[in-house]
Design a protein around this ligand. Structure first.
Ligand code: BGC
Length: 417
């Protein structure tokens, strides 16, 4: 009798385990988070998924800005081997959804009340024909200037708030033997700097017309000429080793005081934090010159691909649920340098840069001064973005191309489909 009971208990346990195993799935996640701060944030995502009994299959493709990751993703999808989730952003989400390869996460979104907690400007990007096809993780601000205060002190100069002041500060740093601007000469980094100059020199209306609506007259007009000329002036203040340098190595130069400033989105803050630095003390985060009253947003999100295996589908839906949970939004963004995309989150554990970003995001959403980042895939279709990015880098690298030439090429590139 006892033996029989034990046997049936064992059988019940086996059945339970089998059910558990059938339940547990694997989620392959494509991303490009490989720098110090980024990797910490990615680990938070992995841990969140593993807590639910699922397996994380890492599919990291190094390369800031994600261009390499997108190339690899295309070949995987074309060969019928899509990952469960991939870091895809902005209008590209719509392009992928139109291919019919993304899955619908409306059920998860409904259960998690996403419509109530995701700001409409973000929700629209996550939906295709009214259905959720991606889960947002954060809001990055791109128009930041990262500064080493010790370097400013050594050079006897101050934090610049306008582009004129920026060049005065850069000149002072140069005289003091400090590299004024830490830069990595890769096309997406050139484009990141360019969009902050465009916003600061041209203002919000100009930015929207030129870099969101791609208006040919604005792209070839006098304000764009001024933007390009100002942008190119920055190159004189970068070092000779800039070409090809990764963005996080440029940030490290500011962290160490080898360089004074860097124009980069707030994933750079993740590097300062990972290095144990404190904002306001060891480093300063300030709006890029002339952009104090505006905000270029860059939202990281995971698109979810159609899968064939039920357990993996379940794991994928669980990942989407977890991404929008308040616990994950806090932990992830504390490491990533961004702010939670979920509204109504407590910000008490966040630093002053994040608090400022959250306040500005809300204020700029109200005043219409919140603009999508073109350099980070939020503003225009991928083809136009890629072609314009190349023109901007060619201009940056060329000794011969005039701003006028670059403008003509930009307007042509904007028509790429
Ligand atoms: C992404 C960030 C990432 C950065 C550098 C941006 O396009 O949105 O998440 O940290 O590129 O790789």
């Amino acid at each position: 009798m006892t033996q029989l009971k034990q046997l049936s208990q064992a059988a019940a346990l086996c059945a339970l385990m089998a059910a558990g195993a059938a339940h547990a799935g694997e989620v392959e996640v494509l991303h490009w988070w490989t720098s110090g701060g980024e990797a910490k944030a990615a680990t938070a995502l992995k841990a969140t998924l593993q807590k639910q009994g699922h397996t994380w299959k890492d599919f990291a493709v190094a390369g800031g800005g994600g261009d390499s990751a997108m190339t690899v993703l295309k070949s995987r999808v074309v060969s019928g081997n899509a990952p469960a989730a991939a870091q895809i952003k902005g209008p590209s989400l719509q392009e992928w959804a139109a291919e019919g390869v993304l899955t619908n996460v409306d059920a998860v979104a409904k259960a998690g009340k996403w419509d109530e907690v995701i700001p409409p400007v973000v929700a629209n990007i996550m939906k295709y024909k009214g259905h959720y096809i991606a889960a947002p993780v954060n809001v990055h601000r791109v128009n930041w200037l990262w500064v080493n205060p010790e370097a400013l002190k050594k050079a006897g100069t101050k934090l610049p708030t306008t582009w004129d002041e920026f060049f005065v500060t850069a000149e002072a740093l140069k005289k003091a033997g400090i590299i004024p601007v830490a830069h990595g000469g890769q096309n997406w980094q050139d484009f990141t700097v360019f969009e902050s100059v465009a916003l600061g020199v041209g203002g919000v209306d100009f930015y929207k017309k030129a870099l969101v609506q791609l208006d040919p007259a604005t792209l070839t007009g006098p304000q764009m000429e001024k933007v390009l000329t100002t942008f190119k002036r920055i190159k004189d203040y970068t070092d000779k080793n800039a070409p090809g340098r990764d963005w996080n190595l440029a940030t490290a130069m500011v962290i160490k005081g080898e360089a004074g400033m860097q124009l980069m989105g707030d994933w750079a803050k993740g590097e300062f934090i990972a290095a144990g630095k404190t904002p306001g003390k060891d480093f300063i985060c300030a709006a890029a010159p002339g952009t104090q009253k505006s905000f270029t947003f860059n939202i990281d999100s995971f698109a979810l691909f159609k899968l064939k295996n039920a357990a993996n589908e379940k794991a994928q839906q669980d990942l989407a649920t977890a991404i929008m949970s308040p616990e994950f939004q806090e932990l992830f963004n504390l490491n990533k340098g961004s702010i939670p995309v979920r509204t109504g989150m407590k910000m008490d554990k966040f630093d002053d840069c994040a608090k400022q970003s959250a306040a500005d995001f809300a204020a700029d959403a109200k005043t219409g001064t919140l603009v999508p980042s073109i350099a980070h895939g939020m503003a225009v279709p991928a083809a136009a973005e890629g072609a314009m990015k190349d023109v901007v880098s060619q201009f940056w690298n060329s000794d011969k191309m005039t701003a006028k030439d670059a403008q003509t090429r930009l307007a042509a590139a904007a028509k790429s489909k």
